[in-house]
Design a protein around this ligand. Structure first.
Ligand SMILES: NC(=O)c1ccc[n+]([C@@H]2O[C@H](COP(=O)([O-])OP(=O)(O)OC[C@H]3O[C@@H](n4cnc5c(N)ncnc54)[C@H](OP(=O)(O)O)[C@@H]3O)[C@@H](O)[C@H]2O)c1
Length: 378
């Protein structure tokens, strides 16, 4: 495992940080997470050298922090730093912020949180957090030793990012970044701005929720033609770690093989190691992807649950995958399951709750109709 400096904080962290948002059930499609499996994955990562773990109050129906807390018993807590988050929707005043933080400490079975983040903010949400006294609360909790670092995770346009990062004395930022998102959200400009300020950057969605792990035909052909053979996951993480401003790359892993693979990859990736030819390859790969993607849904599931039961991210995932892999939707098992469970876009009533929650600001209602038309055409 390579360790990287956390910007102005000075200490080192594992380059690979385990995201605790995507643990799944014992069987494919299970909605209840397999706790023992998740605990063993977390400990496997820590035993392999991971020192950074990311969770949030809302992840996995509010069970992610509980599972992480259990995994960190038996001496594991002392070996890692924990990042968790305060969601805007659950706090309206100081008393509620205090109660929420206390509940997180209890679920995590710890007396302090290392990185405490205002969750998924843009400029509007930052103004809200300021209006309820969140910055003062974070300062007070730091003084009380309940949190160590005051941070935010970001989803929004670059201009919002620039405003927020310059508006307070932040200790760390978490942004969505990968070789497809150089001009999206905080993007490369945001990454470099944080770097200039000495603020450590933690990366989320480095594989776009797993989409970059499976290269479609025209992308795989580019990888195959390159003299050095690497997996798509390796290329994606290598590209991220090539940036000196990146401190930690989060990845949510559901299988031991993925943990082991990522441990292997993060054993050798370092800032500035990519050659001109490698960087050119990634530019070509990006262009090849953009020529195929139907919608930029990352499967973060912030839009869920849909009040009418529409399985929004799953429909978009099928739509993208069918396009990326040129497969026949009639043979798609995920689509069949969506239809059998009455979770199709034909149940959408256009209420817009999903669009208000989407960190990617997608036109979900129109896209659902288009996707459904194409996916169900006979
Ligand atoms: N604060 C926020 O607003 C926010 C938003 C999003 C995420 N996050 C955090 O960031 C973390 C990382 O985000 P993410 O889960 O979207 O990360 P990601 O790395 O973009 O995607 C994770 C997915 O990539 C696939 N994967 C990972 N390693 C692999 C490997 N070696 N080989 C093949 N496939 C691999 C898995 O997909 P399959 O399951 O398909 O196999 C996994 O579920 C989350 O867990 C969460 O903690 C925060």
């Amino acid at each position: 495992m390579k360790y990287r400096t956390m910007g102005k904080l000075g200490f080192q962290s594992s380059a690979f940080g385990l995201g605790c948002m995507r643990f799944n059930g014992a069987a494919s499609g299970d909605s209840v997470i397999d706790e023992q499996k998740a605990i063993s994955l977390i400990r496997r990562a820590i035993d392999g050298g991971v020192t950074y773990l990311d969770t949030a109050y809302v992840y996995l129906d509010k069970t992610s922090e509980i599972v992480l807390g259990k995994a960190l018993q038996d001496g594991y807590r002392d070996r890692v730093t924990i990042a968790t988050k305060m969601p805007m929707e659950y706090v309206h005043n100081r008393a509620e912020m205090e109660a929420l933080l206390e509940s997180e400490l209890k679920k995590l079975q710890t007396d302090h949180i290392d990185f405490y983040l205002m969750h998924g903010i843009n400029r509007e949400k930052w103004e809200y957090f300021k209006s309820i006294g969140a910055p003062e609360f974070f300062n007070d909790m730091r003084a009380a030793g309940k949190i160590r670092f005051r941070c935010f995770s970001f989803h929004g346009p670059y201009e919002d990012f620039e405003y927020i990062i310059n508006d307070w004395d932040w200790d760390m930022v978490q942004i969505q970044y990968n070789f497809m998102d150089i001009g999206n959200q905080a993007g490369t400009r945001g990454l470099e701005l944080a770097g200039r300020k000495g603020i450590p950057v933690v990366i989320m969605e480095g594989l776009l929720g797993g989409r970059l792990a499976k290269a479609p035909g025209n992308v795989q052909a580019l990888y195959d033609a390159f003299p050095v053979r690497r997996t798509p996951v390796e290329w994606a993480f290598r590209w991220l770690c090539n940036h000196p401003e990146v401190s930690v790359v989060l990845s949510g892993c559901n299988e031991a093989e993925q943990i082991d693979d990522n441990l292997r990859i993060f054993d050798s990736v370092e800032a500035g190691i990519m050659s001109e030819a490698e960087l050119k390859l990634m530019d070509d790969v990006r262009s090849a992807y953009f020529s195929r993607t139907r919608i930029g849904c990352t499967g973060c599931r912030y839009c869920m649950p849909c009040p009418n039961g529409v399985s929004i991210p799953d429909i978009f995932s099928v739509w993208n995958n069918v396009s990326l892999y040129e497969t026949d939707p009639r043979g798609n098992w995920d689509l069949r399951r969506i239809r059998e469970n009455s979770q199709g876009a034909d149940h959408c009533i256009g209420c817009g709750a999903c669009e208000a929650a989407c960190p990617q600001h997608l036109s979900i209602i129109d896209s659902l109709q288009q996707a459904w038309k194409e996916l169900t055409a006979e």
